[in-house]
Design a protein around this ligand. Structure first.
Ligand code: MN
Length: 228
């Protein structure tokens, strides 16, 4: 009896996978809502920067991403599937898919109640990979300050479940198949000038110092658990 039930489960699962492939449905994309007010992160990022960044830059990436995939197979692909094949697509798709995805993550890994240090399993994993939280912070900050031109700093989980820090140019991210260090990102920091220039001008390092006061470690821990 048990065997028959298992067989039925396998057959129905494979039928569902086939049915999904035959009638691929469009993946729905939405602009991630900003989870706090524009002025909520004032201790690190001013209201005007947040408003322009969210409402103009992010909205632009979102709209241009939808335009870039309109009428193509990419409409049926998840962001992870698109990034896993990104080298096949034109730069416009790469830049806007990255801009859409990276910013959605950036809004959530910051919070007005953020700052401090991670706890639990994430804290232990950081200690294991970097020696200490301070050493990790140094690495991540350095990835942000030394990224030449526009880009992002990342904390990601690699295929073996280990944490690593990296940076990417433009709107690239560690999920892209042609990224130097591939992994699942759990923390990101935007180091494009549009993320900090109004308050900090050319002092990217000061923006990065203050970024730590708003990091939402609960969100990073949730992403870490999901990525492992
Ligand atoms: Mn940005």
């Amino acid at each position: 009896m048990k065997k028959i039930l298992i067989m039925m489960a396998i057959l129905s699962t494979s039928w569902m996978i086939q049915a999904q492939n035959m009638t691929k449905t469009k993946v729905e994309h939405v602009m991630a809502p900003l989870p706090y007010a524009y002025d909520a992160l004032e201790k690190a990022i001013d209201k005007e920067t947040m408003e322009i960044h969210y409402d103009r830059h992010y909205r632009g990436y979102y709209n241009n991403f939808l335009k870039a995939i309109a009428g193509s197979d990419l409409e049926n692909m998840t962001m992870e599937e698109i990034f896993a094949n990104i080298s096949k697509y034109p730069d416009g798709t790469r830049n806007n898919a990255g801009g859409y995805f990276n910013h959605a993550m950036y809004w959530t890994v910051m919070s007005p109640d953020g700052g401090g240090k991670p706890t639990g399993e994430l804290a232990a994993a950081i200690d294991k990979s970097f020696g200490s939280f301070d050493e990790f912070k140094k690495n991540f900050s350095k990835a942000g300050t030394t990224q030449f031109g526009s880009g992002w700093a990342w904390l990601s989980v690699d295929a073996d479940g280990r944490l690593f820090v990296s940076s990417t140019a433009n709107q690239n991210n560690p999920l892209m198949n042609d990224c130097e260090q591939k992994g699942t990102p759990i923390l990101c920091m935007d180091v494009w000038e549009h993320a900090y220039y109004l308050r900090y001008q050319n002092k990217r390092g000061s923006y990065i110092d203050n970024f730590w006061t708003v990091v939402n470690w609960d969100e990073v821990a949730t992403r870490f658990t999901a990525a492992k």
